[in-house]
Structure formats: structure tokens, C-alpha cells
Design a binder for this molecule. Structure first.
Ligand SMILES: [Zn+2]
Length: 50
């Protein structure tokens, strides 16, 4: 787990959907402590990864 990243990028308590998507996209790049929640999966297309 990338503790440093998490300390610098805490999820806002009342994050909007857009904020949560953005957070998880950044999170994927820097850390893999947990995956994308099922409720957000539809916003992430695995086939579009470079
Ligand atoms: Zn993490």
C-alpha cells in the first residue's frame, strides 16, 4: 500500500461522483491496495488501458 499517496490524497467526506472516479483513477496508478468499487466499475473501461 502506498501510504504516502494516501496521505496526500484523502477522499473528501462528501465526494461527488466525479471526484470519486477521479480519485480511483489516480489511485489505480499509484496504489493497488483495493480495486474499483462495483458501483464505479462502469466508469472504468479495462479495454482502454494503454
Ligand atoms: Zn491504496
Amino acid at each position: 500500500m502506498n501510504k504516502t499517496w494516501h496521505q496526500k490524497n484523502s477522499m473528501p467526506a462528501k465526494a461527488t461522483l466525479a471526484q470519486r472516479i477521479k480519485w480511483h483513477k489516480e489511485h489505480q496508478k499509484h496504489c493497488s491496495c483495493r480495486g474499483v468499487p462495483k458501483s464505479l466499475e462502469k466508469y472504468f473501461s479495462e479495454k482502454k488501458q494503454p
